[in-house]
Design a protein around this ligand. Structure first.
Ligand code: HEC
Ligand code: HEC
Length: 260
């Protein structure tokens, strides 16, 4: 389902143009349900992209707006160059919020957040969207990163790799700093995160290319331990007192001695 040549009309559809022309206040007063719920033209069409070119762009865009911005803009900018609207109107500046795990909070890695947003934008079925995001997050948790070597590096140095075991910015960054002997907020850490954003954007494009070619299959699996913990603690289990798919032991390193 790869889209070749799209016009603005094909993307937005006739109703999209009508809806786009109404003033926000009058749209809101028309019905109780949000007009956004029915907006046609979702998901936006995706077109096959080159992972290597995407990586280089994410690396360079990282400098303009950090990790989430870099990962997101690397993809949307290529589609904007090919097709113009609606891609060229996306308010990409909003993606700066994701830096440092959302405004520096250290929660979800911004490169993952921007990439998951892309998957959410292009993939129609919720089930498929979740499968792709699961695969991206597991790849990130389990892979030695970063591996991307920029053509024109901002910092021309060998950047060590580490396995984060976590999708959280705080854990991912601090583990890398501890392992490599660098400080957070150093030039080295910034370079590491720029390269990691490049890797993540390239992976996302690989997954989207595979999905739209009907060739996606998951290459990473949840840890057995996560499956075991979830069997007693998550939705539908005996205790149903937690939710999530992250590595449990990274935070729950010690459990009560009498824990089952
Ligand atoms: C066989 C079912 C079972 C499995 C598997 C299981 N738990 Fe539990 N867990 C329990 C029960 C039952 C309690 C409540 C124990 C109590 O109240 O004394 C509990 C309590 C806890 C608690 C709160 C008390 C404490 O020990 O800190 C945490 C946290 C926890 N589990 C995390 C985990 C993690 C992480 C895993 C996987 C490594 C896991 N559990 C696997 C059944 C299970
Ligand atoms: C990023 C850190 C982190 C991760 C990853 C994590 N947890 Fe937790 N979990 C916490 C914190 C913090 C609490 C709250 C502890 C408290 O209030 O005592 C908690 C609470 C819990 C509780 C309730 C404990 C109680 O005292 O009743 C359970 C059960 C639990 N987690 C299971 C899991 C399981 C299962 C996983 C993996 C799928 C997991 N957690 C992953 C940090 C984490």
């Amino acid at each position: 389902m790869i889209v070749k040549h799209l016009t603005r009309r094909q993307i937005l559809g006739p109703i999209g143009i009508a809806a786009g022309s109404c003033v926000l206040s009058s749209c809101l007063s028309e019905s109780a349900s949000s007009p956004l719920d029915k907006k046609p033209g979702f998901p936006w069409p995706y077109d096959k992209l080159d992972p290597q070119i995407t990586a280089e762009r994410a690396y360079n865009d990282h400098r303009k707006g950090h990790c989430m911005y870099g990962a997101f803009v690397s993809v949307i900018s290529q589609l904007a160059e090919r097709y113009g609207e609606p891609y060229s109107s996306f308010p990409v500046g909003m993606m700066r919020y994701g830096a440092g795990g959302a405004a520096g909070s250290g929660s979800l890695c911004g490169a993952l957040n921007g990439s998951a947003a892309l998957i959410g934008l292009f993939v129609k079925k919720e089930e498929d969207m979740k499968l792709l995001i699961d695969e991206l997050f597991l790849w990130y948790e389990q892979t030695e990163l970063p591996t991307y070597i920029p053509e024109r590096p901002a910092l021309d140095a060998k950047i060590p790799t580490s396995v984060s075991n976590s999708i959280l910015c705080h854990i991912s960054v601090t583990k890398w700093c501890k392992m490599s002997g660098n400080k957070t907020f150093s030039k080295q850490q910034k370079e590491r995160c720029a390269r990691l954003s490049a890797d993540t954007a390239a992976k996302t494009v690989e997954l989207l290319n595979a999905h739209f070619a009907g060739e996606f299959s998951a290459a990473h699996e949840f840890d057995d331990e996560v499956k075991t913990c979830r069997s007693c603690h998550t939705k539908g289990s005996d205790r149903s007192d937690s939710r999530g798919k992250m590595h449990c032991r990274i935070c729950h390193s010690s459990l009560a001695v009498d824990h089952p």
